[in-house]
Design a protein around this ligand. Structure first.
Ligand SMILES: [Zn+2]
Length: 214
């Protein structure tokens, strides 16, 4: 079932290693099917080159496996917590991408210093430290508490989660957040970056929402 979404979620997961956002089996992308409400997510602990549309796992909002032979990602509960509390979100992505994770290690939000930052809603907020683990809902709860209308959040000592109106947007935000984190890191290394004002963020975000793309 959900063969289109399976293929899409598989393709988007394959973008993670292509964009150097993950090592080994870390990282994951999921997507929600708006009709059934089911979630398609990467299986746990399978190397990227072994992934296929067929081994993506379909779960319901309670985490029950609807279709799939493999166990879903250990981060499934985090994805589900977000989907259960944010009906507007139909895609979630998680990585430990290097530059974004530098901010996680420092316990610092990523400030808005580039026009591209507006795409993510401006400054990328910081979530508090949470223990990881498959039965844990702490991470999801902290994301829902802190992310607001932003498209990304840095989780202290851990990595980054991004969200979107679909899985493709969540993946795009994961690529953007890493690029922004890299530029911000380098700018901070050379001096004091010029921060965007709230007005600049608002107007630029409107451009992204209305003028951008085909
Ligand atoms: Zn993680």
């Amino acid at each position: 079932m959900l063969s289109e979404l399976r293929k899409t979620v598989w393709e988007l997961n394959m973008e993670l290693p292509k964009n150097n956002l993950v090592v080994m089996t870390s990282g994951n992308v999921s997507g929600r099917d708006p009709e059934t409400g089911y979630i398609v997510i990467k299986p746990s602990g399978v190397k990227y080159e072994k992934l296929s549309p067929d081994n993506m796992v379909i779960v319901d909002l309670n985490g029950k496996v609807i279709e799939g032979d493999l166990a879903p990602s250990v981060d499934t509960n985090t994805h589900l917590y977000i989907y259960n509390h944010r009906p507007d979100i139909c895609g979630v992505c998680h990585t430990h991408s290097t530059y974004a994770s530098v901010f996680a290690a420092l316990g610092r939000p990523i400030p808005a210093v580039m026009t591209a930052s507006a795409m993510l809603g401006g400054e990328i907020p910081l979530g508090d430290f949470c223990y990881i683990g498959s039965n844990n809902i702490e991470i999801g709860a902290e994301i829902v508490r802190k992310i607001g209308s932003k498209k990304a959040i840095v989780m202290k000592n851990h990595g980054v989660f991004t969200v979107g109106k679909n899985a493709a947007q969540a993946l795009k935000m994961a690529v953007e957040v890493e690029e922004i984190a890299k530029i911000t890191y380098l700018a901070l290394a050379l001096g004091e970056p010029v921060y965007l004002t709230d007005e600049q963020i608002k107007i630029t975000l409107e451009m992204y929402d209305n003028d951008y793309g085909q």
